[in-house]
Write a protein that binds this ligand. Sequence first.
Ligand SMILES: NC(=O)c1ccc[n+]([C@@H]2O[C@H](COP(=O)([O-])OP(=O)(O)OC[C@H]3O[C@@H](n4cnc5c(N)ncnc54)[C@H](OP(=O)(O)O)[C@@H]3O)[C@@H](O)[C@H]2O)c1
Length: 398
Amino acid sequence: MALQSAALLPSAFSLHKEGKSNASLKESCLFGVSFSDQIKVDSTLKTKREFGSRKSAVVRAQTAATTAPTFTPAAAQGKKTLRKGTAVITGASSGLGLATAKALAESGKWHVIMACRDFLKAEKAAKSVGMAKENYSIMHLDLASLESVRQFVENFKQSGQPLDVLVCNAAVYQPTAKEPSFTAEGFELSVGTNHLGHFLLSRLLLDDMVKSDYPSKRLIIVGSITGNTNTLAGNVPPKANLGDLRGLQGGLNGLNTSSMIDGADFDGAKAYKDSKVCNMLTMQEFHRRYHEDTGIIFSSLYPGCIATTGLFREHIPLFRLLFPPFQKFITKGFVSEEEAGKRLAQVVSDPSLTKSGVYWSWNKDSASFENQLSPEASDAEKARKVWEVSEKLVGLSD
Ligand SMILES: NC(=O)c1ccc[n+]([C@@H]2O[C@H](COP(=O)([O-])OP(=O)(O)OC[C@H]3O[C@@H](n4cnc5c(N)ncnc54)[C@H](OP(=O)(O)O)[C@@H]3O)[C@@H](O)[C@H]2O)c1
């Protein structure tokens, strides 16, 4: 698997040369080897940028807020001033999540709650990027444990803070794993963490968003080009494919059923891509069920190929060495963590990105546009089924 991934570097070229895709190499980003999502752009919404073995997880009650959010009082002359928004970001201790937290905190308009599994790492990370204490707090959340998710939600509700934006960003990627590993409740780790953990979290926090008086409430679930088979990157094997969901229905436990959603043999890279398809389907199902009644804006995005993040930590050293320069100098699809953070921060708060049910991407000039999802990632019937099966798995329905 590892060597297979490294061997993907040249395959990016051959696909392009053969002209089997309408993507330009410059605009591409393979993950296996990731390329940017500028394929099949049907509308270009230029935006004004506001910002330049079975594992058991121990649920720790170490939830703590380093600071309380501040609220801006109404201005003296009876003018209403928009209070600071409160945004919860999962996996904000590194990479995209941290860069987004930083961008929002620096804007002065947001209090960021960093929902992280490693409290000390998150605190160090916030300090390392110079986030001012009054602009963030940290709460413990391990998405690989549904009990931890429920504990987080209870702690959040008890804190009395409003919830204006929820960003489901955390993820694990195990491209070289030979055997599946599992969440505390026994679900394959990638889908269990990236999809089921976030599914329960966002369902349990939806009420809080409904109650918020913030004018532009948003629920964002980070997607990926790699789950979209209408792109070059999405066609790098193993391709995402949820099949008839038989593995998901069986609980992904690897015992009496497969650990993979489609019921096939375990493949760590595919499990990640499948989890991203679930993320994008979940966003659309949220939109279909709740947007009209609640006004909440539901979105997903592909932030670009951020080749330097910890997401690739389990890849072979050769891949980690070659991937960033390959993206920078060959494909030119490389996006820095800072730039990707600004993009996600845009989806959180830019007044022009208020259309719900959208999967955002950015072109080479860093202008956002509404991108097309693959047939599977935009299949309404599959979205409904994934939602219903996931509800059962996380204990929201019988
Ligand atoms: N990098 C790319 O090129 C790329 C491209 C497209 C989409 N994305 C998406 O961007 C998002 C962020 O990824 P990244 O590239 O920034 O990777 P990253 O630096 O590895 O960040 C992932 C974060 O998720 C956290 N996390 C992992 N398991 C968790 C768990 N069980 N509970 C709570 N948090 C957990 C990690 O926490 P620790 O710090 O404790 O490990 C880390 O903070 C993901 O959704 C990914 O799919 C990335």
